[in-house]
Design a protein around this ligand. Sequence first.
Ligand SMILES: NC(=O)c1ccc[n+]([C@@H]2O[C@H](COP(=O)([O-])OP(=O)(O)OC[C@H]3O[C@@H](n4cnc5c(N)ncnc54)[C@H](OP(=O)(O)O)[C@@H]3O)[C@@H](O)[C@H]2O)c1
Length: 238
Amino acid sequence: MDKKVVLISGASRGIGAAIAIHLASLGYKVIGTARSEFKFDKPSDNLIPLKLDITCRESIKDCATKLKEQNLLPDILINNAGITSDQLFLRMKDDEWDNVLATNLTGTFNLTKAFIKNMIKNRYGRIINISSISGLMGNPGQVNYSSAKAGLSGFTKSLAKEVGSRNITVNSVAPGFIETDMTSFLDEGSKNTIIKDIPLNRLGSPEDVSELVAFLAGDESQYITGQTISIDGGLFMH
Ligand SMILES: NC(=O)c1ccc[n+]([C@@H]2O[C@H](COP(=O)([O-])OP(=O)(O)OC[C@H]3O[C@@H](n4cnc5c(N)ncnc54)[C@H](OP(=O)(O)O)[C@@H]3O)[C@@H](O)[C@H]2O)c1
């Protein structure tokens, strides 16, 4: 395999870190971003940590210029960075809505806009958006988050239709409950209540998600585009 370049947002921990480490182990050159400086737990020549806030268009522009100079523009873009700011709708403040939309949906627009031109030029690309079952089934307290994640489905389908003829696939992955910092607020009682509704009887791991993303990043998935694929232990069947 020639060394394809992957850029993944939100790679300092959780699902993003697991995807980055997995893809690097498969031979991809992986650039991982986060808002804060970070190091990968398993450093390798294939892993490049980068400080980049996906809500800041100027920084993304600078980053794209620098990556171009180093011949490191991504063949595969994984829009993984995401935040939650949960609140019942009646109490939801404007900034709780704005921040979640800015990161989870507009951040995906910002990064994709910066890197898709090169994919079109190369007649090759993979764009993988990390969505959530919250965007498919709804979740009380997450009107902001589920709106952003549902928006990613429309983004995925429309863009897939626009760029399919250029050999670029665009897909989303919708995880259920995965054990990361994002779900660390759940106590044992709440976890057990959730697990009762999961046919596979456990929460997911970041590695479960990374296996699916690796498949979508690889050549084996070349005829799949415009899809949102759930990985949730069977929690939401649709
Ligand atoms: N965990 C779950 O159960 C679950 C379920 C469904 C979907 N998801 C989705 O999966 C993705 C990863 O979630 P996770 O659980 O791994 O979350 P996490 O552990 O909280 O990690 C989030 C990552 O995103 C980065 N990040 C946040 N805002 C950013 C920004 N503006 N620019 C760049 N990086 C940013 C964080 O680093 P910094 O804070 O340093 O920026 C961190 O690396 C998210 O899109 C999430 O919505 C998670």
